[in-house]
Each structure stands twice: as structure tokens, then as C-alpha cells.
Design a protein around this ligand. Structure first.
Ligand code: FAD
Length: 504
């Protein structure tokens, strides 16, 4: 995909004028860019990160995270037990390094949104969301994981779920020609993952949009209640000013979007409040025969039977360096574990957490996320860990490593999982989790007191300013959000296009 400008080369002031400037090139920004460029508007996408494809992709997780993850993947929430808030930082945003798991927005989640704010039914009709999702599924080649590339880590989860009677299925993923190299989270070395730089953003560029990489937007410019452009700083140090005749679309993610608005003096509504996520915990289990969880589709099988209880399970293949860091022991005992690391499965538990956190702005634009898990959420997470362990034993594991501090490091008796579920430690410091699905900080609502944007993605008090990423989602979704973000942002792009056509 052609990059029109690399900010690393910009050392002097630089200016441009376009119809619409979009901040961020992740799934949300790419879908909006696709929709607006298809209408013939001049569109400029500004992206803080760089391009990572082909030879740039390194299979080692730690090196890859330093290159393609915000803050090298080490950005932590502030809480009694800090949680890593993990995001991609690249042309294509998180789509470059994510697990490619695809889910339609569940209708029950949409219904919850509409029940809370009936105006959303008109702005986001279910049929329109479904039609936008169908288009995404078609464009991104979303299909269930081919058993030929599933690998044993995935197949054992299927066997365990089947044995305990929980609903499960191969994960639908946005890949074409996946060979199961097991490196989704480092970026696909074979170009099989249908990330934005290969799909919607590339389509937008073909339709005339421009992408500038390594350009960090620092301020949305506005005058007399109307957004007029952005100021940015290039990787090479040059100041960039973009005037946007039609307006500004912010899609910098549920962490960076509220920070950018705050730093721009656009502080209307519950900005930064209602941060929600799906904290994920991991369970390892050791089998007698080799599993080699670093081979096969990174995330190829999921268990959906407890989704309505707020739990979802996914196989989570890991590269060897990362798996090694999860194994217990020191010295000889760790060395013995490393010798048999090919026997471990690695499965993740994603929680539809009820906790609301908040994002606060910092001058450097990074922001601070205040977010920790409450005892109610921890009880549900404990249930998830117990069920993951039960599935592992049912699939033939000889021991389960629940990863809960203060509880058995190794469980060999399944009854111990019942004990964990019945009386889990409720001190959050006992639990390790990671959050990669982020929502809610520029919430959508028809009530200006309850929302930052209106149901048509327009900012409540600033004209010609739209926000279209998952920061506008009224709640978390309980499922992997990329496809819902793409569908929602497609509707946002259409609404913006129509608004500009009527006011041109
Ligand atoms: C490791 C990992 C695995 C995941 N796996 C899955 C999965 O399998 N399935 C799924 O559905 N979801 C998954 N997700 C979540 C999914 O990737 C995100 O929900 C999605 O990428 C969010 O899209 P977005 O456009 O809102 O934001 P992002 O993808 O975060 O994109 C925002 C972009 O804006 C850029 N940006 C931020 N601030 C600025 C600024 N000031 N100026 C310019 N640019 C800026 C960022 O660099 C970034 O590239 C995963 C996430 C991670 C981190």
C-alpha cells in the first residue's frame, strides 16, 4: 500500500488542505476512509505508527511488541493491581497484530444499547449494521478456521469443551491462505491476515485517500464551535498543520481519542469516563504428548457456551519466548519445565467485565487509564479459570496451571478447581490479566449529558467533528470487537458522507 508521506522525513513545518482528515488508521479509521474516499472526497489519514509488512515482521514476540505495540505492550492501567492495556501502533492499528478473531455484534448487546437509548435504533438500525457486517465479512475473507491449520492447541480445546458439554466452534478469522505459522500477534509473516493495510485502508488509497505515517496528531483545531483541522508532530520533528474543509474524524482508539479531545479543549460530556474492556486471563495445562502451542492458527477455536455469563474462551497460541516467561520455577526446575514446554496448551479467558474505569489526559498524549477489577468481576473470572481447567482435564491434561497467586501453582485434582470457583481470592493482586478490547470513553448517547457523541457519531457540541472508534460504544460487547468496530465505522462513514453532501 502506498504511503504518501513518512513523517520520519519531515523536519520542517508542513501544511495541507483536504476535505476530511482522519486521526488513526486502525479498523475504525480505515472503514471511515474507505466510505468517504468512495464518495470522491479528498481524505487524509494520519497515523502515529509505521508500516509493518513482509520483512518487517519479526517472529520473536518481545522484539515485535517493541516495534508494533503502543509502549512496547507495557502500558499499564493504574489500579491496586495494574493491568496491561495492550494496543497496536501501526498503519492498520491493532488489525496488524491482533488474533484476527471475528464476531458479529451480538444482537442482545445491540438490544441492550437500544433499550438504554431508543434513539440508537434509528441511527444504527440492526439491519444496516448486519448489512455492513456482511460487507466486511466478504471483503476480509472471514471464515471458520480450516482444520488443516488448527494445530493441537486448538483441537484440544475443542475436545475439552465437547467433553464437558460447553458450546464451542472453530473461530471465524479474517485470513486468506493462512498456513498456521502461529505468529498472528507479531503480524502475519505470510501476508495472510486481512489487516487494514491489506484491505479497507488499501481500498481507500486506491480510491484516492492519502496515508501519512509516523505523524502524531496533538490537537484538533476548532473555531466558533466548528472543527477546522488538526495540528500534528512528525516523527522527524516537523510541525504539521492540516486544514479540513469538511471536518475531522477521530479514530485514535478508546484510549487516545478522549486524550486528544481533552488536550484540544473539547471536554464536553462524560469524556474519558465509562472505560470498559474484556480483561483476559490465561491458563496453561500440561499434556503427556507434545502440543507445540506455537504451531497452527494462533487463535483457531473458541468456547461460547458461557458467553451470556460474561465468559468466552479462546485457544491462545504463544511464541516460545512468551510461553517460557509463563512457566513456573527457577534454576533446575525451570530448566526442566523448558525441556517439556512443548507439552503445554495455552488458552485464554475473556471476561465481559462490569467494571467502569476512566481515561485521563496527559500532556504527552499518552493518557492514563484508571482500571482495575472489582470482586464481582473476579468471581466471574475465577469461574472462567475453573472451567478452562475442567476442559483441560477433560481433554487429557495431567496438570493445570491456573496462574492465580496464592492458589495452587499446579492443580492435579479437578476438585481444586471447584474450590477456586467457590471461594476465589478477591484481592485483585492475586490475578494477572491483560486488556486488549477497549470501549466507552467517548460514549454515544442522544442525551448530551450522558454522551460525547450523538447517535450519528457527531460530537455533541462541536460541529464537523465525528468520533467513530470503539470509544463511542455504549458498553463492552463481550466478544472480539474488530468486526463490530468495522461495521459501526462503516455506518459512521456513510453518515459523515451524507452530512457533508447536504451541507456542501
Ligand atoms: C494483541 C491484540 C490482539 C487482539 N485480537 C483481536 C482479535 O482477534 N479480534 C478482534 O476483534 N479484536 C482483537 N483485538 C482488538 C482490536 O485489534 C481492536 O479492538 C481494534 O484494533 C480497535 O480498532 P480502532 O480503530 O478503534 O483502534 P486501533 O486499532 O487501536 O487504531 C488506532 C490507531 O490510531 C493511532 N493513533 C493513536 N493516537 C494517535 C494520534 N494522536 N495521532 C495519530 N495516530 C494516532 C494508533 O497508533 C493506532 O494505529 C486485539 C488487540 C490486541 C492489541
Amino acid at each position: 500500500m502506498n504511503i504518501a508521506l513518512d513523517g520520519a522525513t519531515v523536519t520542517a513545518p508542513h501544511q495541507a488542505t483536504v476535505d476530511v482528515v482522519i486521526v488513526g488508521s486502525g479498523p475504525a479509521g480505515s472503514a471511515v476512509a474507505d466510505a468517504l474516499s468512495a464518495r470522491g472526497l479528498s481524505v487524509l489519514v494520519l497515523e502515529d505508527g509505521g508500516t509493518y509488512t513482509g520483512a518487517d515482521i519479526v517472529p520473536d514476540a518481545w522484539t515485535s511488541m517493541a516495534l508494533t505495540y503502543r509502549g512496547a505492550g507495557a502500558f499499564m492501567s493504574r489500579a491496586r493491581q495494574p493491568i496491561p492495556v495492550v494496543q497496536g501502533r501501526a498503519v492498520g492499528g491493532g488489525s496488524v497484530i491482533n488474533g484476527a478473531i471475528s464476531w458479529r455484534l451480538p444482537q442482545d448487546v445491540w438490544q441492550d444499547w437500544v433499550d438504554a437509548d431508543p434513539a440508537l435504533a434509528d441511527a444504527l438500525p440492526w439491519e444496516a449494521l448486519e448489512a455492513a457486517t456482511d460487507r466486511v465479512i466478504d471483503r476480509l475473507g472471514i471464515a471458520p478456521t480450516d482444520p488443516k491449520v488448527a494445530g493441537r492447541n486448538n483441537l484440544l480445546l475443542a475436545a475439552g469443551a465437547e467433553a464437558v458439554g460447553l458450546e464451542h466452534r472453530p473461530i471465524s478469522r479474517n485470513v486468506r491462505g493462512c498456513v498456521g505459522s502461529g505468529h498472528c500477534m507479531q503480524g502475519c509473516p505470510n501476508g495472510a491476515k486481512q489487516s487494514m493495510d491489506r484491505t479497507l485502508l488499501a481500498d481507500a488509497v486506491r480510491q484516492g485517500a492519502s496515508v501519512w505515517q509516523r505523524v502524531k496528531v496533538t490537537r484538533v483545531l476548532h473555531t466558533s464551535g466548528r472543527a477546522t483541522g488538526v495540528e500534528a508532530v512528525a516523527g522527524g520533528g516537523g510541525q504539521i498543520t492540516v486544514s479540513a474543509r469538511g471536518g475531522v474524524v477521530v479514530t485514535a482508539s478508546a484510549v487516545q481519542s478522549p486524550v486528544l479531545l481533552w488536550n484540544s479543549g473539547l471536554r464536553h460530556g462524560p469524556l474519558g469516563q465509562h472505560f470498559q474492556g474484556h480483561p483476559g486471563a490465561g491458563v496453561l495445562a500440561r499434556f503427556v504428548d507434545p502440543v507445540r502451542c506455537w504451531e497452527g492458527a494462533t487463535q483457531g477455536h473458541e468456547v461460547t457456551g458461557l458467553r451470556r455469563a460474561g465468559l468466552k474462551f479462546e485457544a491462545l497460541g504463544m511464541d516460545r519466548g512468551m510461553l517460557a516467561s509463563r512457566l513456573p520455577g527457577l534454576g533446575r526446575s525451570l530448566s526442566a519445565e523448558l525441556d517439556r514446554m512443548d507439552r503445554y496448551t495455552s488458552w485464554g479467558i475473556a471476561l465481559k467485565a462490569k467494571t467502569h474505569g476512566r481515561v485521563a489526559a496527559t500532556r504527552d498524549g499518552a493518557g492514563v487509564v484508571h482500571y482495575g477489577l472489582t470482586p464481582d468481576d473476579l468471581r466471574v473470572l475465577a469461574r472462567g479459570v475453573a472451567w478452562a481447567g475442567r476442559m483441560a482435564f477433560a481433554a487429557g491434561a495431567v496438570e493445570v496451571l491456573p496462574g492465580v497467586a496464592g492458589f495452587d501453582a499446579r492443580v492435579t485434582d479437578p476438585a481444586r478447581l471447584d474450590a477456586l470457583e467457590a471461594a476465589p481470592p478477591l484481592d485483585p493482586r492475586a490475578w494477572s490479566s491483560v486488556v486488549t478490547h477497549l470501549f466507552g470513553t467517548c460514549r454515544m448517547s442522544s442525551d448530551p449529558a450522558r454522551g460525547v457523541v450523538r447517535p450519528d457519531f457527531r460530537h455533541h457540541t462541536t460541529d464537523r467533528l465525528w468520533i467513530a472508534d470503539s470509544s463511542v460504544f455504549p458498553t463492552n460487547t463481550g466478544v472480539n470487537p474488530q468486526t463490530s468496530i468495522l461495521a459501526m465505522a462503516t455506518l459512521a462513514g456513510r453518515a459523515i458522507g451524507e452530512a457533508l453532501a447536504t451541507t456542501a
